[in-house]
Write a protein that binds this ligand. Sequence first.
Ligand SMILES: NC(=O)CCC(=O)C(=O)O
Length: 284
Amino acid sequence: MSILRRPLKLALVQLATGADKSANLAHARAKVIEAAKAGANIIVLPECFNSPYGTNYFPKYAEQLSPPDSSESFKALSAVAKETSTYLVGGSIPEIDPSTQKLYNTSLVFSPTGNLLTSHRKLHLFDIDIPGKITFKESEVLSPGDKITVFETEYGKIGLGICYDIRFPELAMTAARKGCFAMIYPGAFNMTTGPLHWSLLARSRAVDNQIYVALCSPARDLSATYHAWGHSMVVNPNGEVLEELEDLEGVAIADLDNDKLEEVRRGIPVTTQRRFDVYKNVAE
Ligand SMILES: NC(=O)CCC(=O)C(=O)O
């Protein structure tokens, strides 16, 4: 059963990023502090918040995450989580595993004391080809993760995915069935699929599972090679958009509570009406 133990404020930082990693980290710190001052308890940064988004950038910006001291981004995220006493879902960064030399798109989550709570390597790589619109192949340089990520907070359990992961309902459903009250996705949709599917997918995952869903994008930068859709948003368990930004930098803050979760589940009790006796193995 998904439970949100007490009300919380969730902040999405739709960050303007550039090519200078240290400047991106400093800017992220300033915006996290701004969100914390506005009362946020859990703060989310976008996908690839410390680098431009593109397969040619991932190897150049990749950091080794172990030991933590070897990662500039790990240290910066941990420090600002501690400084603000907030949970910080640190968007994602390109990671290199020194033992295999494989690269990953990885999200780090920190507790209010600055300790690493969990990390998620993007499970489903963004490989698409829409002729005349967009071709992107993360798998040219990245490897996929191999686990579902759920982390515990004082508010309850939260599931974590990265961007393209939202297209796979099985991930959100598994997390919801493990008791998560929310799914959080740092993401960076584009100008083709953003208008088509960004909001639809967020609302679908929320309605499928009767949970909160949050998507956090970088701000749109038309001088970059990849134009992010923006539109960071928080959706409630009824599929209603609570907060949504446009394309520019900003911070969206939404109030989450358990009453809404319970009300929606009482009214339309799909969580208890599922027929797993009929569709017990969807992978067949
Ligand atoms: N960074 C991504 O995974 C982009 C996903 C995306 O744009 C989509 O349409 O899916």
